[in-house]
Design a protein around this ligand. Structure first.
Ligand SMILES: CC[C@@H](C(=O)O)C(=O)SCCNC(=O)CCNC(=O)[C@H](O)C(C)(C)COP(=O)(O)OP(=O)(O)OC[C@H]1O[C@@H](n2cnc3c(N)ncnc32)[C@H](O)[C@@H]1OP(=O)(O)O
Ligand SMILES: [Co+2]
Length: 144
């Protein structure tokens, strides 16, 4: 595996509107998108963009709130009622090669690649195989 660009940090929240207030008023975020639903992933999403000329070079905070009974983040929120840092996401040039590489290293890939919030294929690797961090792998969007 060749480490690619850090695309986003996933942050679980019990309330996207409350989190938007926090990121705008406390952290001074000026680029906050309109929240949208991703029923296939069981989450409501809102992107907070960090400045492209800042220390994180345009990395994104991805606010996620549970959507529906089967949301994969209900368990996390039950254990962490305030929400918190949930996953990190790195880009790769080819999602299927990346999946094969993780599997060859004995890492548990959670399900098949599917379309994520940025419109490209993603998969997750189990946190217990990744030093305690739930890791999302995402195919680089064509415009990057
Ligand atoms: C917005 C769309 C998309 C994008 O395009 O960016 C997304 O990011 S969607 C994000 C939400 N989707 C997912 O998280 C899908 C993948 N996740 C899962 O399949 C599950 O959440 C999980 C990782 C398998 C955990 O399942 P869960 O039922 O919540 O918990 P368990 O009790 O089975 O957990 C086992 C073990 O792992 C620890 N854990 C759970 N979540 C995390 C985490 N986020 N970071 C670190 N560790 C985590 C959990 O505490 C358990 O440990 P022990 O207590 O020691 O057993
Ligand atoms: Co994500």
């Amino acid at each position: 595996m060749k480490l690619g660009r850090l695309n986003h940090i996933g942050v679980v929240t019990p309330s996207i509107p409350d989190s938007i207030d926090h990121w705008r008023d406390v952290m001074g975020a000026t680029s906050i998108c309109e929240p949208f639903d991703l029923p296939a992933q069981g989450v409501k999403v809102c992107f907070v963009d960090t400045p492209a000329d800042g220390p994180t070079n345009g990395t994104q905070i991805e606010l996620i709130e549970p959507l529906g009974e089967d949301s994969p983040i209900h368990g996390f929120l039950a254990k962490n009622p305030l929400g918190g840092q949930h996953h990190i996401c790195f880009e790769v040039p080819d999602i299927h090669s990346a999946k094969s590489e993780f599997e060859a290293m004995g890492k548990r890939v959670l399900g098949e690649p599917r379309i994520g919030a940025h419109g490209t294929l993603i998969f997750f690797v189990h946190p217990k195989d990744m030093g305690g961090m739930l890791t999302e792998i995402m195919e680089t969007p064509k415009d990057h």
